[in-house]
Design a protein around this ligand. Structure first.
Ligand SMILES: [Zn+2]
Length: 124
């Protein structure tokens, strides 16, 4: 897959307000094989420790899949895996404070970029 060229518009809701500060999009690629795996809206400051299911904005198939997932079903949803090499990138969890479906990022499993261009520049 290739990262999309389109720009995304951040979702603003009670979750992003609770984090404070601006939201940004992270272009996440597999550390093992460099495959683009998703675009994710990160709300507020700090390192990316988990990805909330409702903040995945690309690819469309994954977005659709996550729409079906909530805190009651996330544990059955299975891990987030690279579509190319099948490395496990995140494991399902419930963020209890917000009763919210998420994936705990496996340390060292992903690379993050601020844009598709930044990802491409790295490849050269
Ligand atoms: Zn991979």
């Amino acid at each position: 897959m290739e990262f999309p060229g389109q720009k995304f518009k951040p979702t603003k809701d009670r979750f992003s307000k609770a984090r404070g500060g601006p939201s940004k999009f992270l272009y996440i690629a597999c550390e093992n094989c460099d495959e683009p795996t998703m675009v994710y809206q990160k709300d507020g400051p700090g390192r990316l420790l988990r990805c909330y299911a409702d903040r995945i904005v690309w690819p469309p198939e994954l977005v659709d899949q996550q729409r079906e997932v909530d805190a009651t079903t996330i544990k059955e949803a299975g891990a987030l895996a690279c579509g190319s090499c099948e490395s496990i990138l995140g494991t399902p969890m419930i963020y209890k404070q917000e009763d919210r479906a998420a994936y705990r990022i496996v340390p060292g499993a992903i690379q993050t970029f601020r844009s598709a261009e930044q990802y491409q520049a790295r490849q050269e």
